[in-house]
Design a protein around this ligand. Structure first.
Ligand SMILES: [Zn+2]
Length: 422
């Protein structure tokens, strides 16, 4: 029984391994969807060769925070802060599936997302979001948008039974994700954590996004958002939180000690005027940090390579030109994200990891001629990926989706987005 060994040659290979190894004219040997070897110089034998001269090869980018349905509601509430933006958009989002009751719609959306990821050929960690604290109980979302706690937990268990894969190379995973301190009861936060830990799932929520959220927490619970999570026994290596713009030095130390992860979403935080997370401090303290695009209603482009650049720019805006290097920013978007999601099978280009990698042309007008194409790739982002490989299979080739028609997707998307027009 033999399998095909494919050699990708002559690219600038950025491994993102512990030593930060790069191979200027490097190669990557892939067999059975897994990286068999990586290096520079003398090439191993292979059945097939793919020439990547003029390109940079990085681990596949790992997005740690997104709201996929928000592409339907771009460019709304253009000057609003988070709470005002949410108040304008909650009623619109409640119509995203107005034919079914909300729980059914939410369920359908998760399954639709998993289906779409499957068709396109990428991996997905789908968060089963939930809100049960409506306006009449002091929460932010309108009452018709919240669910009953028993429905949330039962539906989460059902999704896990039907979709979740636990083994290395998993294409679909489910995370348990009560939305935020201002939209979820203490009971749902606690029971979500219990369920996740019983089933061996990760836990995700929004945290410390704005100063208003902190004031809200103080008023409702008498403590800061991080103190609140600590009280609920939420901090831990199985948890990652989106945003974390406003963590104090003590909060940062607690995140590091408990190994709690952060999904840094710089564009969304700038768009909503929420502030800039002190990511240099988080990294120095040893906090796990990955990048997220956040939803397309607050980051209309949702381009993760662009977030790599934004992470670099905002870190430097806060801390000066040495606050974050281009390679550190790229690591946040690859192995940092994998670590935040609790994945040690992706995020670097090393033997034994899944063959998930991105090929970026660096010889075109946007970037050609840069002495250091890796730094150039980050500084000049965004770029369309030229080739994207997942588990050894092409998902994007020559800048186009292999398994789906981008024009058809865009046409269908415009039709649906029009249904939610203001
Ligand atoms: Zn979000």
């Amino acid at each position: 029984m033999s399998s095909t060994r494919t050699l990708y040659t002559s690219g600038w290979v950025v491994t993102c391994d512990d030593a930060g190894a790069e191979h200027e004219s490097g190669w990557l040997l892939v067999e059975d969807g897994v990286i068999a070897a990586v290096g520079g110089g003398a090439e191993p034998e292979a059945d097939e060769r793919v020439d990547l001269a003029g390109a940079v090869v990085t681990p596949g980018l790992v997005n740690t925070h997104h709201h996929l349905y928000q592409t339907l509601t771009r460019a709304r509430a253009q000057e609003a802060d988070l709470f005002a933006w949410l108040r304008e958009l909650y009623p619109v989002w409640s119509r995203i599936d107005d034919e079914a009751e909300y729980a059914a719609a939410r369920t359908g959306l998760i399954e639709a997302e998993v289906q779409a990821a499957h068709e396109i050929g990428i991996r997905i960690v789908a968060s089963r979001g939930s809100m049960d604290l409506g306006e009449s109980d002091g929460g932010l979302p309108p009452d018709e948008l919240v669910e009953d706690i028993d429905v949330v937990l039962a539906d989460t268990e059902r999704l896990v039974a039907e979709l979740h894969e636990a083994d290395p190379g998993a294409r679909v995973q489910i995370a348990v994700a009560p939305c935020s301190p201002f939209s979820v009861t203490k009971k749902l936060m606690t029971e979500s954590a219990t369920l996740a830990r019983q089933l061996g799932l990760t836990l995700h929520t929004h945290l410390a996004e704005t100063v208003e959220e902190e004031a809200y927490c103080m008023e409702l619970y008498g403590c800061t958002p991080v103190e609140y999570l600590t009280d609920l026994d939420w901090l831990g290596p199985d948890v990652w939180c989106a945003h974390c713009v406003h963590l104090s030095p003590d909060d940062t130390a607690d995140f590091a000690a408990s190994k709690t992860g952060v999904a840094h979403c710089p564009t969304s935080n700038l768009r909503l005027g929420a502030g800039v997370a002190p990511v240099r401090d988080y990294l120095d303290a040893g906090v796990r940090v990955g990048l997220g695009v956040d939803g397309s209603a607050s980051n209309e482009r949702s381009d993760l390579l662009n977030e790599v650049k934004q992470a670099l720019l905002v870190a430097r805006g806060r801390g000066g030109p040495r606050a974050l290097t281009a390679r550190e920013a790229l690591r946040l978007g690859t192995r940092g994200g994998a670590a935040v999601l609790g994945r040690d099978d992706i995020g670097t280009l090393e033997p034994g990891r899944r063959a998930d990698f991105a090929v970026w042309r660096t010889d075109g007008l946007e970037l050609g001629g840069a002495d250091d194409p890796v730094a150039g790739l980050v500084f000049s982002a965004p770029h369309r990926v030229d080739r994207l490989v997942v588990e050894g299979e092409d998902v994007v080739r020559d800048g186009a989706l292999v398994h789906a028609d981008e024009d058809e997707i865009a046409r269908a998307h415009r039709v649906h987005a029009r249904r939610f027009a203001a």
